[in-house]
Design a protein around this ligand. Structure first.
Ligand SMILES: Nc1nc2c(c(=O)[nH]1)N[C@H]1C(S)=C(S)[C@@H](COP(=O)(O)O)O[C@H]1N2
Ligand SMILES: [Mo]
Length: 417
């Protein structure tokens, strides 16, 4: 079959029109980044782009998968199994989510530096297909920047925007990941070439480097690819080591750049929202506080009555979506015991209601996997002491492998659904 001039064939029958541009940019445009041969350093070649791109792709894929896990655990679809073991499951996936996102920041900067000369490539458009490819890269880059900026600002709890972070971060993740898959598919041959041929490219790169240095205005001793990769690697290492201590507790002494220290807070556990911020300090300290449990045989219990029920200890982490986490020892009443007492049917789902009047964490749905787990407690004590007011006094939920946002504090009511 012949391919008519002026079109490009793809998928058998679809024809994409080609655009005609002169072979060279007009003279008035051939300046600065648009002059031919403006970018000759090895820092912009296929091998550098492929190496950094691969690292970035792995970091992004990790952030995507762990982000989807986080979303699923926070907004469970009924058909998806909810893991309650290992108890540190969410602590691990969310720590990894934030760490891979942070590591992506220096990697993305390095990658953009490597490929930005392509913005000035001539001709700007060769075909509709080429236009679509450039558009997909635009979507990918914008999405990646959006995800990293919103994620970073979220872990420092700064919200200079109107939209709801969780939804926006989730939706843009899909778009960005779609763009990434498309990009990898389109660039597969370039990536394979860039990652293999090390030996074949080395002399060529050296020759180009020598040529670049010899060219008029060329600089001697320009940065080598190895130096750039080393600097990028060191930047990733520094970002990781100075932040990962907020979840890897043994590294907490070096978490200089992390928003949280995992052991800084009352009873050695951080606080996200205090009782004052949640406007519960009066109701939580009121001696008339009762836990209300509704179901077939509703009842209420004072704090003293709750403390007289069989008490259990659970060593479970608080793992915040923002990436900090810490293990703690909680004591209190098993939720399953409270449910049996109210006559709840097996496999019941429950709603937990806080003294907090408004906001997303005032009520929480607890699927049966957690409600029936012997480690899920209505905790009254933390590390052997009564819960501090900020940790949810008089009673708070702690369940295995659940996001921190669902570990409801200042509980007032448990409803069997
Ligand atoms: N009622 C209520 N419970 C809440 C919150 C809240 O704002 N209100 N914050 C949640 C979040 S985001 C986290 S990470 C954990 C933190 O628990 P801690 O303050 O005891 O460490 O509590 C959760 N429980
Ligand atoms: Mo949180």
């Amino acid at each position: 079959m012949s391919c008519p001039e002026g079109s490009e064939r793809l998928y058998g029958t679809v024809k994409f029109p080609r655009f005609r541009f002169p072979d060279q940019a007009p003279t008035w445009l051939r300046h600065g980044p648009l002059r031919p041969g403006a970018f000759r350093s090895a820092l912009h070649d296929e091998r550098t782009a492929s190496l950094i791109g691969t690292a970035l792709g792995i970091a992004f894929a990790t952030a995507f998968v762990t982000g989807m896990i986080s979303h699923e655990l926070q907004h469970p679809a009924s058909w998806w199994p909810l893991p309650t073991r290992p108890v540190w499951f969410y602590r691990f996936t969310q720590g990894l989510h934030v760490a891979s996102g942070l590591a992506s920041i220096p990697l993305l900067l390095a990658k953009l530096w490597t490929v930005y000369p392509r913005l000035f490539a001539w001709p700007p458009l060769t075909s509709v297909l080429h236009g679509l490819e450039r558009l997909s890269i635009f979507v990918l880059i914008s999405g990646a920047i959006f995800e990293l900026v919103t994620g970073l600002l979220n872990i420092v709890q700064w919200y200079p925007w109107q939209f709801y972070f969780t939804n926006a971060h989730y939706l843009v993740a899909w778009v960005t990941f779609g763009g990434l898959l498309l990009h990898v598919a389109v660039k597969a041959p370039v990536i394979v070439r860039g990652l293999s041929n090390k030996a074949a490219q080395a002399p060529e790169a050296e020759a180009r480097q020598a040529e670049a240095e010899a060219a008029p205005g060329g600089r001697r001793g320009a940065v080598s690819r190895r130096a750039m990769l080393t600097v990028t690697g060191v930047a990733v290492g520094v970002v990781t080591v100075t932040t990962v201590g907020e979840s890897v507790t043994s590294l907490r002494s070096v978490d200089l750049l992390a928003p949280r220290s995992p052991t800084f807070g009352p009873q050695g556990v951080p606080i996200n929202r205090t009782a004052v911020q949640a406007q519960v300090e009066t109701t939580a300290l009121d001696p008339a506080w009762r836990l209300n449990v509704t179901g077939p045989r509703p009842y209420e219990l004072s704090l003293r009555e709750l403390s007289a029920l069989p008490q259990y200890t659970a060593n479970l982490p608080i793992a915040c979506v923002e990436g900090w986490s810490v293990n703690a020892s909680w004591q209190g009443v098993r939720v399953i015991d409270l449910l049996e007492r109210v006559g709840a049917p097996a496999g019941a789902e429950v709603r937990v209601i806080s003294l907090e009047r408004s906001g997303s964490y005032a009520t929480m749905l607890m699927p049966h996997e957690y409600a029936e787990d012997p480690l899920t407690l209505l905790a009254l004590r933390l590390h052997g002491q009564p819960l501090s007011l900020d940790h949810g006094y008089p009673a708070r939920i702690i369940a295995p492998a659940r996001p921190g946002v669902l570990q409801t504090k200042w509980v007032s009511r448990i409803e069997v659904l």
